[in-house]
Write a protein that binds this ligand. Structure first.
Ligand code: GRF
Length: 222
C-alpha cells in the first residue's frame, strides 16, 4: 500500500509510521510522499532523513484558496497514494480531495471524538479544554475524513486517564506516548491488511479485539 503522509509540525506521528514500517508493525506499506504546508516543519527533516520524497506548497503561495486547493489535489493525484494519512496536518482538506479519495483519508485526533473536537480544536488547545472542563479521561482517535471537521467514521480509539497535576503539555505528551504513536501505525497496518471497511458512519475492523488496545504502550523519545 502506498501512503502519502500530510504534516504541518514536529512529525512525531510521522516518525512512528516510519519506525513502524521499518520494524514490521506496519506491513506491506511504503510512504510515497510527505507533504507539508509549512516549509519549516521538522517533519520534513524526518522525511528527508528517511529518504522519503517531500513536497511543500502553502495556501500563502497562491492568489486564492481555490487555486491552492486545485494544486493540492493535483499534487496528491500525481503521488497516487492508496491512502492519505493526516498526521498533524493543519490544512483544511478541501472537499474536492475528500471526494477524489473517499474513505481513503485518515486522521489522528488527540481526544476521544466526539468530545473536544471540531473547528478550533487542534494542538495544545485540545488538551487545555479537556483540563478546563475537568474531564477525567481523554485519549486519541483515528478516523476517516469526510467533508466535516472530525466527523468521519471512527476506526480506532484509545483512552488515556487525566491526572490531577496534568498541564496541557504533560497530557499532550502522554496521549502521544500511550495512544497516538501506537494507534496510527495500527490503523495503517489494519487498512494495509484489507481488514477495514466502512458501512455508512461505522467502521468494521475484521478480527477487532478491544482487549488488545488498552494494553498498548508508548515508546519514549520521539
Ligand atoms: C498530534 O497530537 C495529532 O494527534 C494532531 O496533531 C499532533 C501532531 O503532532 N492531529 P506531530 O506533528 O505528529 O508530532
Amino acid at each position: 500500500m502506498r501512503i502519502a503522509v500530510l504534516v504541518s509540525g514536529g512529525g512525531t506521528n510521522l516518525q512512528a509510521i516510519i519506525d513502524g514500517i521499518k520494524n514490521g508493525t506496519i506491513r506491506n506499506t511504503q510512504i510515497c510522499m510527505v507533504y507539508s504546508n509549512n516549509p519549516g516543519a521538522y517533519a520534513l527533516e524526518r522525511a528527508r532523513t528517511a529518504g522519503i520524497p517531500t513536497a511543500c506548497i502553502s495556501p500563502k503561495d497562491y492568489a486564492t484558496r481555490d487555486d491552492f486547493n486545485i494544486a493540492l489535489l493535483q499534487l496528491l493525484k500525481e503521488a497516487d497514494p492508496d491512502l492519505i494519512v493526516l498526521a498533524g496536518c493543519l490544512v483544511v482538506i478541501p472537499e474536492s480531495v475528500v471526494r477524489a479519495f473517499r474513505n481513503r483519508i485518515i486522521n489522528i485526533h488527540p481526544s476521544l471524538i466526539p468530545s473536544f473536537c471540531g473547528t478550533g480544536y487542534y494542538g495544545l488547545g485540545v488538551h487545555k479544554k479537556v483540563l478546563e472542563r475537568g474531564a477525567r479521561v481523554s485519549g486519541a482517535t483515528v478516523h476517516f475524513v469526510d467533508e466535516g471537521t472530525d466527523t468521519g467514521p471512527i476506526i480506532l480509539q484509545k483512552p488515556v486517564m487525566v491526572r490531577d497535576d496534568d498541564t496541557p503539555e504533560s497530557l499532550q505528551r502522554r496521549i502521544m506516548e500511550e495512544a497516538e504513536w501506537k494507534l496510527l501505525p495500527m490503523a495503517i497496518d489494519l487498512i494495509a491488511q484489507g481488514k477495514v471497511s466502512v458501512d455508512g458512519n461505522k467502521v468494521i475492523v475484521a478480527g477487532y479485539d478491544s482487549d488488545i488496545l488498552p494494553g498498548i504502550t508508548g515508546e519514549e523519545g520521539r
